[in-house]
Write a protein that binds this ligand. Structure first.
Ligand code: NAP
Ligand code: ZN
Length: 384
């Protein structure tokens, strides 16, 4: 039972025994919690608004983090609006956010890698079983028991996990990452999802110097893909529906820019790519890009539109083309990506906003009107 011991000073929150019956582990029945400020959505149409949530007091293996910045991923928007209801229905209220950077405020007794005052980051995952073949291979993202940072079952408190649109988060040490000290924190936050999601498939499929690489959709993920492909030495071609992004694409590292609504420009690249990364958030003609692959070429989908995409058999079989998918990356690979970014000074191009502008930011995201990632300055939550 809660013994009334010292309330945490952290943000002046009070410690209260958690009343909900936790899912699964009965040993956590009396998990201590504290209140934290956050932004949540109550329904697909409500928008996000200020609220208070419960966080657990750190267990032995936990790191407690005061969140400084959190990026806005299009997956936050898909989830808030329940657009993936068929595959991953949203539980309300939802607190999104999985591009988290902050400062460690407290650690559990068994934590060895972090201490209070350290900078730390959290991405899309906060737990996995640690024992399955995928976990053993460092592919926690494919663990059947992987727990996402938001909208996954919370084994500690019951209910679902709450993400980074919050003043703080408590996460198992294994899922906490280290940020190179030279990186701007607001601009580094998007590396935790947009960064790893584009870095991982490029490594897996061998993007290197001399390869012709396409990036479809110059949004949060797409602009990171351009930076990585350029840094890896590839010849980079950006496909965009927004002619006003042409100059930026070149500045970000593109060697060529194609406005995809122009059929003649598209035709010039037919059958010529080694690798194409598709990072489009809405339904679109994927076949137009498969036809740009050469023999053995690979198109990897990271964008996650809710609607199925039409893939004609003959587009694939004629040139032994591959059509594949990829989801974020494992923890070790995420750390490798962050270290690569530290060494090569790679961060996202961000527009920093206060949390109070989050609903407006979502509307702009839907219009492809962001250059190229919103990063929420979480200090703005203090005034709520
Ligand atoms: P974003 O910033 O909104 O970028 C999406 C881009 O797609 C837009 O900037 C736009 O680029 C293009 N686009 C939008 N609507 C389009 C349409 N109707 N037709 C053609 N192009 C269109 O989104 P994001 O945060 O980068 O995320 C992109 C997608 O990846 C989302 O579906 C997200 O859920 C998914 N995602 C997947 C993973 C994973 O692990 N696989 C991880 C994170 C996110 P242009 O203006 O250049 O055309
Ligand atoms: Zn994301």
């Amino acid at each position: 039972m809660y013994d009334g011991a010292i309330a945490p000073e952290w943000f002046g929150c009070t410690t209260t025994p958690h009343k909900n019956k936790p899912i699964g582990a009965s040993k956590h029945m009396h998990q201590l919690t504290y209140n934290a400020k956050a932004y949540s959505a109550a329904s697909p149409t409500s928008g996000l608004a200020s609220t208070k949530i419960q966080r657990r007091e750190p267990t032995d293996r936990d790191v407690q983090i005061e969140i400084l910045f959190c990026g806005i991923c299009h997956s936050d928007l898909h989830s808030v609006r329940n657009e993936w209801s068929e595959f991953m229905a949203t539980n309300y209220p939802i607190v999104p956010g999985h591009e988290i950077i902050g400062r460690v405020t407290k650690v559990g007794s068994a934590v060895t890698k972090y201490k209070p005052g350290d900078l730390a980051a959290v991405g899309c995952m906060v737990d996995s079983d640690g024992t399955c073949p995928q976990c053993k291979a460092g592919l926690e993202q494919f663990c059947p028991n992987m727990i996402l940072t938001f909208n996954s079952p919370d084994k500690h408190l019951g209910g679902v996990t709450y993400g980074g649109y919050s003043e703080g988060i408590v996460v198992d040490e294994h899922f906490v990452l280290r940020i190179p000290s030279n990186l701007n924190l607001a601009a580094a936050a998007p590396l935790l999802c947009a960064g790893i999601t584009t870095y991982s498939p490029m490594h897996h499929w061998g993007v290197t110097k001399g390869k012709k690489v396409g990036v479809v959709g110059l949004g949060g993920l797409g602009h990171m893909a351009v930076k990585f492909a350029h840094a890896l030495g590839a010849h980079v071609v950006v496909f965009t529906t927004s002619p006003n992004k042409k100059e930026d694409a070149v500045r970000l590292g593109a060697d060529e820019v194609v406005v995809s609504r122009n059929a003649d420009e598209m035709k010039k690249h037919a059958g010529s790519f080694d690798f194409i990364l598709d990072a489009v958030s809405a339904n679109h003609d994927i076949n137009a890009y498969i036809n740009l692959l050469g023999v053995n070429g690979n198109l990897t989908l990271v964008g996650a539109p809710a609607e199925p995409l039409a893939v004609p058999a003959f587009s694939l079989i004629g040139r032994r083309r591959n059509f594949s998918g990829s989801m974020i990356g494992g923890i070790a690979e995420t750390q490798e990506m962050l270290d690569f970014c530290g060494k090569n000074n790679v961060t996202a191009d961000v527009e920093v906003i206060p949390i109070q502008k989050v609903n407006e930011a979502y509307e702009r995201l839907l219009k492809s009107d962001v250059k190229y990632r919103f990063s929420i300055d979480m200090a703005s939550l203090k005034s709520e």
